[in-house]
Design a binder for this molecule. Sequence first.
Ligand code: NAP
Length: 287
Amino acid sequence: MPSVADPVILDGRALAREIRADLKARSLALREKGVIPRIEAVVASQDPSSLAYVAMKRKWAGWCAIESGEFSVDDSGSQDEVMDKVRELNSNHLVHGVLIQHPLPKHIDEPAVLELLGAAKDVDGITSHSLGLLTAGLPGFRCATPLGITKLLDKYEIDCTGKQAIVIGRSNILGKPMALMLLERNATVTIAHSRTVGLPDLVRQSDIVVAAVGRAEMVKGDWLKPGAIVIDAGYNTVEGKSHDVGDCEFDSCAEAASMITPVPGGVGPMTVASLLANTVEAAERLI
Ligand code: NAP
């Protein structure tokens, strides 16, 4: 058993591995029934982070017996071409999930692309329709990163009921849906953002802290309530560091926390696993 000073490390890499094994079995079962799960991505061809993420998705999709493809949009790609591609993917019954990888090139109207996709194949859960379903508590695809975090909460039997939670960040793909998912789990949720005043004090009152900011090591250990559960969704490249760091300063936070996600190896692997889980679920709806 870990001592008080040793937090439980919420191991997203291990859980993602378990989820992928389950997905592979389900994909193979689908294939036997003539359904080949398939996900397609629309991605900016000149965004290195997007390309890296999509390559990761391709690798694990292949491992899980899920087919995948990509439509690259470069700086000369037009809005019409992207919209035509999304229309084609919408009507292609062999495609079960579509990922519109943010950010598309600046000249592309991304909200219009997402609106066109709609909820049926939105396995990333980021269209306004999917977010509306989440807000209303109705079934639908949930955003991959916060969904992955809830899978980690479940794996480690973290009961959110009655807990004070803070989500730092309010993006549509992470902070806002995360807050709603914690609310669904009966936490009392505060959402913080760049205009929040007195953030360290708000964090100090919280049993669960989700950092989704994009600022390297912003949350310090002395901001935490002793025994807090820390979920770090941040991924930040810092010059001179051999690996990416989170939004929480790991060493000082680990001293105060009872449970904490590492970066890398915490939330990151869960995002792709959740995206692929939504894709298999979409394919299973057909049988
Ligand atoms: P984003 O769209 O840039 O949103 C960042 C949020 O942080 C905004 O709501 C912003 O507030 C808030 N913020 C910025 N500075 C702040 C400050 N000093 N104090 C409090 N709040 C502050 O970013 P995102 O897409 O949500 O991503 C957030 C982080 O998660 C990034 O590190 C990203 O790389 C990572 N991420 C990880 C995964 C994964 O799979 N692990 C997936 C997606 C994203 P305002 O709204 O007021 O501007």
